[in-house]
Design a binder for this molecule. Structure first.
Ligand code: SAH
Ligand code: SF4
Ligand code: F3S
Length: 463
């Protein structure tokens, strides 16, 4: 019988998870399923989960709770849970939510449609692979058939897993070790995306600087990858996330500076400004070395936009450690930053430092102090752009107001503007910045540089 069911994938994780969901959507579409409309509950609901902090776990169980009654009403409804939390919790998900049909992990995403078929006959099942199949991870063929949310901006995963051992982090245990995709495959994928009209690619990996080390057996190939992406015809913007400060090498900085389509943007996760804490976190750099690398990047790349991640309240963090973080933050002068409160993850080294856990109210207080400093810094950077003319890739109506559009500058800053009549998403416009707010810029369009490069949407998405 031909498939006529609808599907909905709800994603809780990072950009890599978002891209996994796009590839999974491509697999469903290839099997004849249709994306559900926003106002209907689909026949197949998949949760692509995250487990980086505890609140990511809580979010899943609350969402599953909401579907329990629906499942009782419609026994044909299928619910699957995949991704990082599924990889970590395995059988525990079915124990806590027995109305779930399928649990799959991070290494067998491509199996999910088949597992859902099997579950229709056999009943609920859990299938988690303990490690990735390196060939499948390198291949990632479904990326070409991914059903992408955007027609003009795309993610490209260059590497899965992580070989680092940051004491707080669950990622290596749920995603496995680093596996890089072959350079030629990536260049081909980028060229195909560009030929379809994609103008911006964001390259994804947990530690992009070490991309290729597992392929060559020694030196990484990240700088070479950036240069090769620089030769892809029509590709106007290349971004990447995240580089690890300990591995940010001269050749990467030079490739960024010398490759015209690589955007002046660097997300360089600091985590802490205290050397004592950095060492206990096993980050492999000191505050001084971090700042030296950052200064080298700033000196080489004009108008560099710098962002970071910071963890507050790592076990044993003293007021003095925290002040050291504030000092580095002041010196690094971030455009914006993502502060997080430490969340112990079962199985990580830092989760065992129980006696040194910082009291919740102290963590909260430090978090708010840090956030205030970061917000001020973000506002200052935004105000400094008032009056400048920015090249903006128009995305479409903003989330909060249909009449106002949003887009990104080359640096990656969010800009809101009133669209000239007839403007289509994917067009490149010139925007004069009129106002810098803490989380975005406001501006007026002074010209349209080019219309969208892509053709109209594939019929599968329009249906
Ligand atoms: N590979 C990326 C990080 C991925 S996780 C990198 O190294 O840059 C994204 C961010 O989540 C991290 O940078 C860190 O700041 C935060 N994070 C990770 N584990 C955490 C934990 N246990 N508690 C709080 N924040 C955490
Ligand atoms: Fe986690 Fe560290 Fe790897 Fe980033 S580099 S994914 S923080 S272990
Ligand atoms: Fe979360 Fe997994 Fe990404 S734990 S942050 S979805 S790699």
């Amino acid at each position: 019988m031909p498939e006529s069911r609808t599907f909905d994938i709800r994603t809780f994780g990072c950009q890599m998870n978002e891209h996994d969901s796009e590839r999974l959507a491509g697999l469903f579409v290839a099997r004849g399923l249709r994306p559900a409309q926003p106002d209907e509950i689909a026949d197949v609901v998949v949760f692509n989960t995250c487990t980086i902090r505890e609140n990511a776990d809580l979010k899943l169980y609350s969402a599953l709770g909401h579907l329990k009654a629906e499942k009782a009403r419609r026994p044909d409804l299928q619910i699957a849970v995949g991704g990082c939390m599924a990889q970590k919790d395995q059988d525990r998900i079915l124990e806590r939510a027995p109305w779930v049909d399928v649990v799959f992990g991070t290494h067998n995403l491509a199996e999910a449609p088949r597992l859902l078929e099997r579950a229709r006959v056999e009943g609920p099942l859990v299938d988690i692979w303990p490690a990735p199949d390196p060939d499948a991870a390198r291949d990632m063929a479904p990326a070409l058939y991914a059903v992408r949310e955007s027609d003009f901006a795309a993610w490209m995963t260059i590497q899965t897993g992580c070989d680092n051992t940051c004491a707080y982090c669950i990622v290596p245990s749920v995603r496995g070790g680093e596996i890089s995709r072959p350079l030629e495959d990536l260049v081909r994928e980028a060229a195909l995306l560009s030929a379809r009209g994609v103008s911006e690619i964001t390259v994804l990996g947990q530690n992009v600087n070490s991309y290729g080390r597992d392929l060559t057996g020694r030196s990484p190939l990240f700088a070479e990858l950036l240069r090769r992406l620089g030769e892809v015809e029509g590709l106007e913007r290349v971004r990447f996330t995240s580089p690890h400060p300990k591995d940010l090498r001269e050749d990467t900085i030079a490739a960024m500076a010398e490759t015209a389509n690589v955007c002046p943007q660097l997300h360089l996760p600091l985590q802490s400004g205290s050397d004592r804490t950095l060492s206990r976190m096993r980050r492999g750099y000191t505050a001084e070395r971090y700042l030296t690398r950052l200064a080298a990047a700033r000196a080489a790349i004009a108008d560099l936009h710098v962002t970071t991640d910071i963890i507050v309240g790592f076990p044993g963090e003293t007021e003095e450690d925290f002040r050291a973080t504030l000092e580095v933050v002041a010196e690094a002068d971030y455009d914006s930053a993502y502060p997080f409160q430490f969340s112990p993850r079962e199985g990580t080294r830092a989760a065992d430092y129980v006696e040194e856990f910082v009291p919740a109210e102290v963590v909260k207080e430090r978090f708010l102090r840090l956030k205030e400093v970061l917000d001020r810094s973000a506002l200052r950077h935004h105000e400094a752009r008032e009056g400048l003319l920015e090249e903006v890739l128009a995305e479409g109506p903003s989330r909060t107001n249909e009449a106002v559009w949003s887009g990104r500058t080359r640096q990656g800053k969010l800009v809101h503007f009133d669209p000239p009549s007839g403007l289509r998403p994917g067009a490149l416009v010139e925007v004069r910045v009129t106002h810098g707010a803490p989380y975005h810029l406001r501006g007026t369009v002074e010209g349209v540089l080019r219309p969208p490069r892509h053709r109209t949407r594939l019929s599968v998405l329009a249906s």
